[in-house]
Design a binder for this molecule. Structure first.
Ligand code: 5GP
Ligand code: ZN
Length: 107
């Protein structure tokens, strides 16, 4: 499958990894829109967060836990976790992922 995030999960293309867990990996967004902008991505391919939630709820919980942990490490602890779902909502990569964004890096 020609999926850029599957290739990052497989280590076939580079990314700046910032964390990993049983079901998820996390890396810096290539074009950050906030001072902190991390993507949390399930290792398994599902095309969006809704499909992930039904197919593998454990992986979704794991993703939120990893994202929260990294938000604590990298930001003030005040952060957003967003899942663009569908083209009209701005989704451009059709492998489920959450955006962890924060305006305030940890001091
Ligand atoms: P979406 O628009 O689907 O919610 O989010 C996709 C995100 O993936 C965008 O913020 C985009 O900058 C990021 N992105 C796309 N391709 C790559 C890549 O090859 N490496 C990394 N690190 N981020 C990517
Ligand atoms: Zn994929």
């Amino acid at each position: 499958m020609d999926c850029i995030f599957c290739k990052i999960v497989a280590g076939e293309i580079p990314a700046t990894l910032v964390g990993e867990s049983e079901h998820s990996i996390a890396f810096k967004d290539i074009s950050p829109r906030q001072p902190i902008h991390i993507l949390v991505v399930p290792r398994e391919h599902h095309s969006n967060v809704a499909e992930l939630a039904f197919a593998n709820p454990d992986a979704l919980v794991d993703l939120v836990q990893l994202g929260s942990h990294l938000a604590e490490q990298h930001s003030s602890g005040s952060f957003r976790l967003t899942f663009n779902t569908g083209t009209e909502a701005g989704q451009t990569v059709f492998h489920a992922h959450g955006h962890i964004t924060s305006t305030t890096p940890k001091k």
